[in-house]
Design a protein around this ligand. Structure first.
Ligand SMILES: C[S@@+](CC[C@H](N)C(=O)[O-])C[C@H]1O[C@@H](n2cnc3c(N)ncnc32)[C@H](O)[C@@H]1O
Length: 289
């Protein structure tokens, strides 16, 4: 039988970076809030660790050492200050995607009703954040993955963005399920943009994330071509399209959007200084001929 062990002893584990040990230990001990893991552990550092919690911790450390993302091991990731449930059904929300939210909030006029569409919603991070930051928006979120949509609905429920005034989730291959709907005032998307054969797909966290969330199995630009065409039928004249893309895809994405007669093209950089977001607008006189 193993001897008794206290929280403090496991906190001193050096098999992983300190922050990761804290998150995995707090989770194994049943503390559900990653944001407060450290304070909670310090307050409990003299507690004895139950055998089952220690087993959970050991298993999580081994999985992490084998490369599994922390967010899947603890089941959460913070996005725009809120905790989103994460499972291998969907991409783990990334900090750079907060720039899409930021640009969207800047362009949504305060206090005015607007219809917003999030294409490829994953965990629901963008759609739910916009709905919670601007109550009164009519937010629709689509994804081709039923598992991702189920997770996004759980997130909407947990964060209070569900119900009659919450986000509407729809299964759709890009915008196919939205035919005949009223136009949207804003379309946002962080689509799968990694090209087939890109070595990053078999490195780091990406090895554990769903392929449908990462790559179009082509040149990485499929979604931008689809969106550029879709604005004709789905975006209101004067409305904005805001997308995330790879750091080296800005010129290609802008060329696709310019060819679709989208205007006011603007790139935005992430905190690392890399161009990761393109914003553009459908001209007021841009009606389908
Ligand atoms: C890069 S992930 C983005 C997830 C989330 N919006 C975020 O920013 O964290 C791309 C999402 O697009 C979805 N997707 C891929 N192909 C699609 C398609 N043809 N139609 C709709 N959604 C699609 C994937 O299932 C995935 O959830």
């Amino acid at each position: 039988m193993r001897g008794e062990i206290r929280v403090a002893a496991l906190l001193a584990d050096r098999r992983l970076p300190t922050l990761e040990i804290r998150l995995l230990l707090a989770h194994a001990l049943g503390h559900p809030r990653p944001a407060h893991a450290h304070a909670w552990l310090l307050a409990h550092d003299w507690d004895l660790v139950p055998a089952e919690a220690r087993d959970r911790f050991e298993l999580a450390v081994a999985r992490r050492r084998a490369g599994e993302p922390i967010a899947y091991l603890i089941g959460h990731r913070e996005f725009w200050g809120r905790d989103f449930l994460c499972t291998p059904a969907a991409l783990i929300p990334r900090p750079e995607t907060e720039h899409v939210v930021e640009a969207a909030l800047e362009r949504l006029p305060l206090g005015r009703h607007a219809r917003v569409l999030d294409v490829g919603t994953g965990t629901g991070a963008i759609a739910i954040t916009l709905a919670l930051e601007r109550p009164g928006l009519e937010v629709t979120a689509v994804d081709i993955s039923e598992d991702a949509l189920a997770l996004a609905e759980r997130n909407a429920h947990a964060l209070g963005a569900n119900g009659a005034t919450g986000v509407r989730f729809l299964k759709s291959d890009w915008l196919a399920a939205l035919a005949g709907e009223p136009l949207f005032d804003l379309i946002v998307s962080n689509p799968p943009y990694i090209a087939q054969g890109d070595p990053h797909l078999v490195e780091g966290d990406l090895r554990f994330e769903p392929w449908v969330a990462l790559t179009d199995r082509a040149d990485g630009l499929t979604a931008y071509r689809v969106l550029a065409q879709a604005v004709a039928d789905h975006l209101a004249p004067g409305g904005h399209l805001i997308v995330e893309h790879g750091h080296d895809q800005g010129p290609a994405v802008q060329a696709i959007f310019a060819a679709a007669r989208l205007v006011e093209l603007e790139g935005r950089r992430d905190l690392a200084g890399l161009p990761r977001v393109t914003i553009c607008r459908k001209a007021v006189d841009n009606w389908r001929p």
